[in-house]
Design a protein around this ligand. Sequence first.
Ligand code: ADP
Ligand code: ASP
Ligand code: MG
Length: 472
Amino acid sequence: MSINILLRILQFNFIHSSYIMIVSKFGGTSVGSYEAMSRSAGIIADNPQRRWVVISATAGTTNDLVALSKQTSQGSEVERLLQLIEDRHQDIASQCTNASAALQQVNDLMISLRDHMQVDTKDAQWVDSLLAFGEDFSTRLFKYVLEEYGILVRLEWAGQWIKTDSRFGNAEVQLERIQPEIHSYVTAHDLESSEEVVLTQGFIGADEQGRITTLGRGGSDYSAALFAEALGAECLEIWTDVAGVYTTDPRMVANAHPLSEIGFDEAAELSVFGGKVLHPATTKPVRRANIPLKVLSSIHPSLPGTQILTNPMERPIVRAISVRKEQTLMTLHSLDMLHQPGFLAKIFSILAEHRISVDLVTTSEVSVSLTLDTAHKASNRVEVSEGVLRALNDFCDVEIEYDLALVALIGNAMNQTSGISGKLFSTLKDYNIRMVCHGASANNVCFLVKESEAEAVAKTIHDQFITLICRM
Ligand code: ADP
Ligand code: ASP
Ligand code: MG
């Protein structure tokens, strides 16, 4: 083989391999201190295919910004929260090799943040612009840390690509606008043949008028999935503070263990039912584009983590357990309900008029129980207003219960496997189980318990039930 041909093959392979792009997202704790940022930068430096990096605000910052957004006057609490944010970022900046430039960035952002707090109209649009400071701080500082690893960084504002409607606080993404924006960016900057790593914010979007919007709490995972889809990435990596997706929240159940793999459908259910490790919308874009998703630990990057894919090797009946706290149960009783067409429609239309959406429903002859959907709310707890109660009371008795938790078993073929409920309820004979939903989904069985008992219930079914059912 002539040297020319050999060179051309090598060149082809180099260009070809540079097309392979991994999108890597690092969550709050993975960028929560200089040490954490440095560990995460090391992970990016380790693999040149990690070319698109999405990060969250530093751990605790979005919570502090949410608390700031609720302050009605410029009192000492505002000052305390601003100081917390400043100290956290100054601490990171002061350890950067280029500390003076990094500290200057923190100063500049603090001036803008203080100015923002002085604005008179504190509406939802103002809140989103306030929350965006979190990811602005973290990306600006992370750029310095990445550069310490010799990485060439393009820091870019996510709002230029993540186009959304104007529903501040929980903006809906306009999918058709994202891909063309990203493609023209990649082409304009010839990213496929450059060595640059794009660094951008998770959680942030922009509406048609360019105003900042946010995608809902925990939304950086979703941003990263949208980028992975638009870029046709080889893989999406979610780097977090635990070693993958566990059988249940490892903070709640000490002997929970990481799963080596899980199906997209199971992972989607797990996150919808309270598994905070992934934002509930994350699986949608990667599943559409058939991009493998991995959840990995930025603290122990050599651990294998969890692979989330369309066809896992095994399909156990029960794979995991999730808990969603702060649930509200509404029970409606009426003798008129019996055989009366349109009764449920009436209830649903009243709830819809009051912008309450229903999550789970069970009915009996003279009563119907509903849990209220909180997917688009900052907190899981939905307070039912006097207005709704009055409207419903016109034709039925209404009972509202708060402080409940929804526990879900996540797995496969659950609606076709006999004996699941029997085994579940005999395991939980010491607990008062409220509403039960079984049969509607192949991937979950769920039920309500008192919130104060939720962790004990999760532990009990984790210890006894997972192993029991897996052997069925
Ligand atoms: P990040 O800031 O990296 O996005 P999050 O706090 O949003 O991290 O999500 C990671 C947390 O999710 C873990 O620390 C863990 O407590 C919680 N979690 C809940 N359910 C699970 C689960 N099934 N597997 C792993 N982690 C879980
Ligand atoms: N910083 C945002 C939040 O805390 C988004 C995220 O972390 O995913 O909700
Ligand atoms: Mg998260």
